[in-house]
Design a protein around this ligand. Structure first.
Ligand code: PGA
Length: 252
């Protein structure tokens, strides 16, 4: 049995006072348990406060990105050690917005995934095709390449700290969700790709989250699919009630 995960990606939202208010509300409303783990990813400037507020709470805190180098002349960037020094050991890597707007390539993401492994951080690694890839029926090929190019040089033990998030770009923030069947089909493909490379045992253990317009009204059906192990939630993670409902959907 794979424990489900619901992770909230706050993207570039919430000032410090707003983040604080949302976290306090989440602490009241959200009770992770043996069936579901909960992660939130506020922006960098709000991370120390998030860690402080969630110190004795099972909700975990993740960063939305990090650099692949240990340190150096990379103005505006954040290193793994900086995150670890404030007790953050989860990071989202390769989100489609990073790939599309900040030109993150598979090559860079390979370096970042290696760095996460080296620094013993949990890597929530995002993959997903865009609309054109899907329309041309290239979606399996695209997602397969994203996985192979960035992750397949890692040793099998690295996967203890890798969570895959499948996020079809055409479903992110658009209100258009992949159908539960489309999600299942791709999650199954991802699991089989992992099985071919690393063996069935490993593939059966890796959690694969779905992301892209997950809302309280569709979460349960998506999460009920056998290869869907929870969700990476954007817009609906910014409202405590919606996020709570999605966490509850993952428990049932
Ligand atoms: P969305 O974003 O839920 O707002 O579509 C998901 C994501 O980008 O992680």
């Amino acid at each position: 049995m794979r424990t489900k995960i619901v992770a909230g990606n706050w993207k570039m939202n919430k000032t410090l006072p707003e983040a604080e208010a949302l976290i306090l509300e989440l602490k009241q409303k959200i009770k992770p348990d043996g069936k579901v783990a909960v992660i939130i990813a506020p922006s960098f400037v709000n991370l120390p406060k998030a860690v402080e507020l969630l110190k004795d709470n099972p909700i975990k805190v993740a960063a939305q990105n990090m650099h692949f180098a240990d340190s150096g002349a990379y103005t505006g960037e954040i290193s793994a050690d900086m995150l670890k020094a404030i007790d953050i050991d989860h990071v989202i890597l390769g989100h489609s917005e990073r790939r599309a707007y900040f030109n993150e390539t598979d090559e860079m993401l390979k370096e970042k995934a290696n760095q996460a492994y080296k620094k013993q951080m949990t890597n929530i690694f995002c993959v997903g095709e865009n609309l054109e890839d899907r329309q041309k029926d290239h979606h399996f090929e695209v997602v397969g390449k994203q996985l192979k190019n960035a992750l397949f040089e890692l040793p099998i033990q690295a996967y203890k700290k890798i969570i895959i998030a499948y996020e079809p770009v055409w479903a992110i923030g658009t209100g258009e969700t992949a159908t539960p069947e489309q999600a299942q089909e791709m999650h199954h493909f991802i699991r089989e790709t992992l099985a071919k490379k690393y063996g069935r045992d490993l593939a059966d253990k890796v959690r694969i989250l779905y992301g892209g317009s997950v809302k309280p009204n569709n979460a349960k059906e998506i999460f009920s699919k056998p290869d869907v192990d929870g969700g990476l939630i954007g817009g609906a993670a910014l409202k405590a009630d919606d996020f709570q409902a999605i966490v509850e959907a993952a428990k049932s």
